[in-house]
Write a protein that binds this ligand. Structure first.
Ligand code: ZN
Length: 169
């Protein structure tokens, strides 16, 4: 998918949005989420921030300085990695020499790792993307169970597997 994605990048410093920065077709990145219960149903919470991902509607970036459109020279936007292994490593499930952010969360039911659709204005950089809009595409639970998978699938209307072994496939 990197070839597909690269067509949309713009390299070099750039402050104004150009048509080439705007994705009309989503690209797909990888992320990790905490799965916590809210009103008896599991929800996805961002790994490093306590953002609850809405169900059946897009998550939109909101930077205090730049609004919803991620700025090239800031770290705003909804983050995603280019590869599954980078997302797993970031969350501490794979040994990795680079960026890692192991984080426990009180009340966490399990962890979800999976693919996420990104669109709107998307800034690509080494290791990942920062997007204006995002929505989960396909999830794999780590230490989850069938009940959580079923409830998450129903809530977000995406495929959810409780077999993390399928991640390796
Ligand atoms: Zn910003």
């Amino acid at each position: 998918m990197s070839g597909e994605a690269e067509r949309w990048w713009v390299t070099g410093a750039k402050e104004e949005m150009s048509p080439r920065d705007i994705l009309s077709e989503p690209l797909v990145g990888w992320r990790a989420w905490h799965v916590v219960y809210e009103n008896s149903l599991p929800v996805l919470v961002s790994w490093s921030l306590n953002t609850t991902w809405p169900a059946r509607r897009k998550l939109e970036s909101a930077c205090e300085r730049h609004g919803p459109r991620p700025h090239r020279d800031h770290d705003c936007g909804i983050h995603a990695f280019k590869s599954r292994d980078e997302a797993l490593a970031y969350a501490g499930f794979l040994p990795y020499e680079g960026l890692s952010f192991v984080r426990a969360m009180e009340g966490r039911a399990c962890v979800a790792v999976g693919r996420v659709s990104l669109w709107g204005r998307v800034v690509a950089h080494r290791g990942g993307y920062r997007a204006q809009f995002a929505y989960p595409y396909e999830l794999f639970l780590i230490d989850g169970d069938q009940g959580i998978a079923r409830d998450l699938a129903r809530r977000y209307a995406v495929e959810v597997s409780d077999e993390p072994g399928r991640l390796a496939a």
